[in-house]
Design a protein around this ligand. Structure first.
Ligand code: NDP
Length: 313
């Protein structure tokens, strides 16, 4: 059976950065990359806001750079999925791909979160070409243009508010006639002249075209649930903001999760309620959800894991 001082679960910005720091701290970390090595950035195109890339770079390339850095410093990177964990006693027992058993003195969970999508076929077609789940990441590509945001929670209203500063017009498409977002956010939305709320409407298709290899969006087809009327909003971009799902099913019952399934960490820390188990990145952060904030918390988790081991000695 294999043993490690530090098992990192998840190969996104948080996991790879934890790998960089844990390697430099001589913890010889073992990192299980999971189903989507590189994480959510691998489904974006150009990334302009990750520090260190003055001219922007593609999401997959950035993730590859961070992965290479972790590898070069000594992270033992493995393909595969963690299929079961037992956090009831240390060292923690983790099963990889239903077969291999690893005993880990510390665990850093960096399994991330997945954006919820509408489930339209056309949404898949134009993802990264006008369909996005992150205004902070992709809003800049729609400067001066018209866009739609779908959703009625705090995220959707925040995205709409952010985009209204960059875009000519923002349609905020919601399936009901009231928002679930906070009153303060609603007040801000209603006071923003270039945001038009489209109530009781569900998207039925993302309309677009193709020129050579380039795909682009030209409209959002919607159906009004009250009147049954179908119409198409003329827009260049669609931001889907209908929630995220943290990838924590594996840990339910083993560590504390909040009511939305995010891992609870101690204030100003990546420590969970289980001593020796840390959580970094989007799996414990419903608010910022940026690659750079995930990377930063991966760094913190590795430093805290190192300190934890030192205190055990
Ligand atoms: P929420 O679950 O709060 O909201 C999701 C929204 O998407 C709802 O309005 C929902 O509609 C709508 N929706 C869900 N599925 C579909 C679908 N298939 N088609 C169309 N619409 C759909 O998610 P958020 O990401 O907005 O927020 C998650 C948590 O994070 C919340 O607790 C929120 O308060 C918090 N948050 C806080 C922020 C802050 O404090 N600054 C910023 C961002 C988030 P319906 O209302 O009809 O169910």
């Amino acid at each position: 059976m294999e043993t490690t001082k530090c098992l990192i679960i998840g190969g996104g910005p948080a996991g790879y950065t934890a790998g960089i720091y844990a390697s430099r701290a001589d913890m010889k970390p073992l990192l299980i990359e999971g189903p989507q090595p590189g994480g959510q950035l691998t489904i974006t195109t150009e990334v302009e806001n990750f520090p260190g890339y003055p001219n922007g770079k593609s999401g997959p390339d950035i993730m590859n750079d961070i992965r290479e850095q972790a590898l070069r410093l000594g992270t033992d990177m493995r393909e595969g999925m963690v299929s079961a964990v037992d956090f009831s006693k240390r060292p923690f027992r983790c099963i990889i791909d239903n077969e291999d058993e690893i005993l880990a003195e510390t665990v850093i969970i960096a399994t991330g979160a997945t954006a919820r999508w509408l489930g339209l076929e056309s949404e898949q077609t134009y993802r990264g070409f006008g369909v996005s789940a992150c205004a902070t990441c992709d809003g800049n590509f729609f400067r001066g243009r018209d866009v739609a945001v779908v959703g009625g929670g705090d995220t959707a209203l925040e995205e709409a508010s952010y985009l209204a500063k960059l875009c000519n017009k923002v349609y905020l498409v919601h399936r009901r006639d009231e928002f679930r977002a906070s009153k303060a956010m609603q007040k801000r939305i209603f006071a923003t002249p270039n945001i038009e709320v489209v109530w009781n409407s569900v998207p039925t298709e993302i309309v677009g075209g193709k020129q050579g290899f380039r795909k682009f969006v030209t409209g959002l087809a919607i159906s009004n649930k009250k009147t049954g009327t179908a119409s198409t909003l003329p827009i260049d971009g669609v931001f889907v903001a209908i929630g995220h799902t943290p990838v924590t099913d594996l840990f339910a019952g083993q560590i504390d999760l909040d009511e939305h399934g995010y891992i609870r960490t101690r204030p100003d820390s990546t420590a969970t309620n289980v001593d020796g188990v840390f959580a970094a990145g989007d799996v414990q952060d419903p608010h910022f959800r940026q690659a750079i904030t995930a990377a930063a918390s991966g760094c913190k988790a590795a430093l805290e894991a190192e300190r934890f081991l030192l205190n055990q000695e």
